[in-house]
Design a protein around this ligand. Structure first.
Ligand code: GDP
Length: 463
């Protein structure tokens, strides 16, 4: 799957001339990656025509001429299913696109005119934008590289919480019967691993996000392979470390430890080495409103998962990331998605909350001089902002349609602009249902501030 050298050289030169950019979109499942990429491609294809991109100067100044899809280079990476996504949104009634499950790619050739300098008109130029979409769950695996198997077992054991534990009850029952020193039985390990994966899936369904190993949730072509048949051993602390290391290679302990190492070397590292390290810019999407809606335990969990995920953007010289992979993104955006779930005057608070939640990683990034911006957006706006009058007072509201087709007019509540405290949860002041996408009336997809994100991520390359 290696590209010929000449191709790589050509790429390198193009990049040097700022004519090529690799932009990655990530976020945990359901954070809105598929919607974001679909809308981004859609807006670019309608640039210069119906797309509303006033916050992107090249578009506002009429210099953005349009974009077309061209063949991607890396034939080993699936193509982002833009046409299928648009087909779902164009159905009657419209449907949200099916989310992607692994890494996918799409290449756009964007035509633009640089700002006019002097008397002469300027030429048309082209920016080749390589877009990548990959699951944020994969980034939860970075810390796994810092552990050996016993250390990882211990770290996983520290993740408790009543609701979380109950979701893993079957696995706990099964693993309790496993003797680490006994000879491994393939079928038994596979069965226990499947229960572990079921626990992870149930936890994700319940809205939990701090879930490792990431590939257990999105195995792709690895489903059923022995590399995904390991799990932490809760009873390990009871074994003397020296004795543990003397166990024969056929033992349960040694087998699981070997699979863990294989996972590190052949799954986690290659992703960072072959993909992550080569991205120029990234946007991390966060479904903050979904977590607020789901209650305190899930919100806590999202917060922990994001702290883990953000370690993949820790460019400090001594960070695990820098030591192992020397990455080189020069710009990062972090966006709270689905902002159309709250009324417009709440959008500023949403960014405030995002910044509060990510205060530590943001501080580290700024310290390491990685330009980073937090924002809120709706990739595909599915509601309309309205005002309603109640007892002579006007107040903001949203109008939309529920997923089962019920018309809705509501005020979802106030977003706390700092981390929610016990009081906030006690008041349960926040609730919203999901909206069905708006029917498409030709033209570009409706959005909120996707153009602001685009300006931050590619605007400087369109000058
Ligand atoms: P992914 O798993 O990260 O690719 O997430 P998706 O893009 O599939 O989004 C998950 C779900 O969130 C979608 O099916 C929609 O229900 C919802 N969603 C995503 N983006 C938006 C948005 O901009 N507005 C609204 N109202 N809902 C959205």
């Amino acid at each position: 799957m290696r590209q010929p050298l000449a191709r790589e050289l050509h790429d390198l030169l193009e990049r040097g001339r700022d004519r090529q950019l690799r932009l990655a979109v990530t976020g945990l499942s359901r954070s809105g990656k598929t919607a974001f990429l679909t809308s981004l491609v859609n807006q670019m294809r309608h640039a210069g025509l119906e797309a509303r991109l006033d916050l992107l100067p090249a578009a506002r100044e009429g210099r953005l001429l349009g974009a077309r899809r061209v063949n991607q280079q890396d034939l080993g990476v699936p193509r982002f299913p833009y046409d299928q996504a648009m087909a779902a949104l164009e159905e009657t009634p419209p449907r949200w696109p099916e989310p992607t499950r692994g890494i996918s790619e799409l290449r756009l050739a964007i035509r633009y005119r640089p700002p006019r300098r002097g008397l002469l008109g300027s030429d048309t130029r082209q920016l080749t934008l390589d877009l990548f979409d990959y699951p944020g769950e994969w980034l939860l695996d970075l810390p796994l590289l810092a552990h050996d198997y016993p250390g990882w077992c211990q770290a996983q054991q520290a993740l408790t919480g009543t609701e979380r534990r109950s979701l893993f009850a079957d696995w706990h029952a099964a693993v309790a019967a496993l003797d680490p020193t006994a000879e491994a039985d393939e079928a038994q390990l596979a069965a226990i691993a499947e229960r572990y994966a079921e626990g992870l899936r149930a936890a994700r369904e319940a809205g939990f996000a701090d879930l490792q190993p990431g590939r257990f949730l999105l195995p792709g072509e690895l489903a059923g392979a022995p590399v995904l048949q390991f799990f932490p051993l809760p009873g390990l602390a009871r074994l003397d470390p020296a004795e543990r290391e003397r166990l024969p290679p056929e033992s349960n302990y040694a087998t699981l430890a070997r699979r863990f190492q294989y996972y590190q070397q052949h799954i986690v590292r290659p992703f960072y080495r072959e993909h992550f390290r080569r991205f120029d810019r990234q946007i991390v999407l966060v479904d903050l409103l979904g977590a607020l809606n789901a209650g305190p335990e899930r919100f806590q969990d999202l917060s922990r998962a994001l702290a883990t995920l953000m370690q993949s953007f820790d460019y400090g010289q001594r960070s695990l990331l820098s030591r192992l992979f020397a990455p080189r993104i020069d710009r990062l955006a972090i966006a709270a998605t689905k902002a159309d779930h709250v009324t417009p005057e709440q959008h500023g608070r949403l960014v405030g909350l995002l910044e509060a939640l990510l205060a530590e990683p943001l501080k580290d990034l700024r310290f390491a001089s990685v330009p980073v911006r937090a924002l809120s957006l709706a990739s595909i706006r599915a509601s309309e902002a309205r005002e309603v009058e109640h007892r002579g007072q006007r107040s903001p509201a949203l109008r939309g349609t529920s997923l089962d087709g019920e018309p809705l007019l509501l005020f979802p509540g106030e977003v706390p602009d700092r981390l929610p405290d016990a009081d906030f949860w006690a008041r349960q002041g926040f609730h919203f249902p999901a909206f069905r996408p708006l029917p498409l009336e030709g033209g570009a997809l409706p959005h909120i501030r996707l153009d602001a994100a685009l300006d931050w991520l590619i605007g400087d390359k369109l000058t």
